[in-house]
Design a protein around this ligand. Sequence first.
Ligand code: ADP
Ligand code: MG
Length: 698
Amino acid sequence: MLELSSKVQYVKGVGPRKAEALAEVGIRTVSDFLFYLPFRYEDRSRVRSIRDLRAGEDATVMAKVLGVRVKRTRRPRFKILEAVVDDETGSITAVWFNQEFLKDILQTGRRVLLYGKVDVARRGPGLQLKNPQYELVEEGDFEPTHTGRVVPVYERVGPISPRMLRRICHSLLESLPAEVPELLPDALRRRYGLPPLREALSRAHFPEEGASLGLYNTFRSPAQQRLIFEELFSFSVGLALRREEAASLAKPRVFEVDDRIREKVRQILPFRLTEAQKKVLKTLAEELSSHRPMQRLLQGDVGSGKTIVAVVASVIVMENGAQVALMVPTEVLAEQHFASVSRVLGRAGYRIALLTSSLKKSERAELLRSIAAGEVNMVVGTHALIQQEVRFQSLGLVVIDEQHRFGVLQRAELRAKGYSPDLLVMTATPIPRSLAMALYGDLDHSILDELPPGRPPVDTLLIESGPREQVHHLIEEQVAAGHQVYVICPVVEESERSDLKAAVETHRFLATGPFSHRRVALAHGRLTAAERAEAMSAFTAGEVDILVATTVVEVGVDVPNATLVVIEQAERFGLSQLHQLRGRVGRGTAPSAAVLVYRAPLTPEAKRRLEAMVETNDGFQIAERDLDIRGPGDYFGTRQWGEPLFRVANVVRDRDLLDLVRREAEDLIASPPTTERDRIVNHVIETWGHRFGLATAG
Ligand code: ADP
Ligand code: MG
């Protein structure tokens, strides 16, 4: 008999090759497998009379096989299998392409269920069923799997087809015991009317007769809700445990702020801090000087001035003799941050280093040596900073910038290397508060809710693609006034080559045509780091008037003299991305504008995105609108390093539930130990521990 914790290779129909494919997407146990839910359900329950079928519809029929034959075609190796079936109201031909093996299954006289598209027959009169799903009708109390019911549709896993997944899942459910151990506390199950786990698993894969397709396809059936609840609960317990664990940690030393450091900070600051910045810094200073490691998330709209907050915190740490790591998502951004941070801190005598993959081997070795020796005060780089061979002499503060992806793994990695630095996570993707609480529940939160003074709002214009005179006129106006302009072209992975070509061509056109008298540069992700850095730093230094760029400038780039951003094919960008791009201008005191050039016709969603951009400049409102428009889309990139963060839950779709579950999980962890609490904690450590770095908790 199988248990939920059994390895997936022991499941009937799986075997070593399939087990490998399943492991690749994180499915290792029976429980993992059963939590891999269909992404869609199809109603194939209503059996129709053959006589009533109409061309163009999808239909289920139950009929007897009258005969089968294999037809060769002129194309070699392309065979058609035809079966004539009859249900007493009439007969119809079913055809399959290249599935010759079916002739052994669909033997004459057998009763079958077929589900597929009804078509006009290619030859001869009448209708045919094209490539229908098939299933033999067994004697006795037969329960169909693929047809004749509401059926689950799975996403293929490597070589395992949706049909195979359905079959394996069905037989797996049959071999499970009538009751499986429950994770959720009984009281909780009763309070929320959640069905038993065993039942929920069965129903979530094979809905009961008469099930509401609408409910299932929106993941609102009790069975699915129960599984979502369970997953979110485990996750939230994990976060609560981490929080508890963090509270019990002590830093090896604290970072005090004295008058000398205050004076140093005053000298460095290029401007007066906003009240919001002061308030956040006060909190940070308190936490740096406390024995508990800081774990703080700083949210602030684009342009709210997060960098300087991180810089001041870094000064405090560096003045106390410890090192700082500043991590950003991309190398381009690392180069940018390195340049701007060096401008402020280099003068004050700190040694700042940039660690990227483009360093020569010898340079890299030397840099690693000086980091380990404590000669470098601050290192800027990507996630690679805390990986591999990088060793710090005394890592006091880690700043993770523009990190809207889930950061627990990085935190776990740091811990695993024996560091317990203070941690500041900064994001400009404003996350609605309830979501932030639930996802970053083990972090404390601060918000920069004020822009630096004298920032005029950015004007946003929509222009339909066509002759560009108007756009060129706007560009010329800004450049003539001594300002700078971004022209952004989209590059998406699926069409990377043609997209890059478009960016290159836009650059050539502008540089040789309407702006041949201006300085035009090009920056995209496929240039070498040196070429890109050259273009970017020339732009930063004001030596370039117009920068044609792909989304490499999306986050973090800061050139206050830039006053116009033209976004080509704006309909192809997501809303948050558009907001980020718009945030590249309006960083100084001069009036700024964003021009969104789109190609008609727009999809309804694209139209809503562009309209939202015109209607509001507020990042939090944009975030809410983004959630509404995208619905349960991939808001956070819920996939992280190959494995999805959640299997059944979707943090956007299920955000109300997430909020409620989080509170339940926190209550449980705050309550005195009982056998039930221990059981749950142990389970969470077993199943989620590796993602949370929770191995030592309990
Ligand atoms: P973000 O929060 O998007 O990372 P940045 O830290 O890049 O924003 O800051 C945006 C711009 O505002 C930068 O040019 C920065 O120098 C400037 N800035 C930040 N704080 C202030 C302030 N208090 N007064 C004036 N300018 C500021
Ligand atoms: Mg920034």
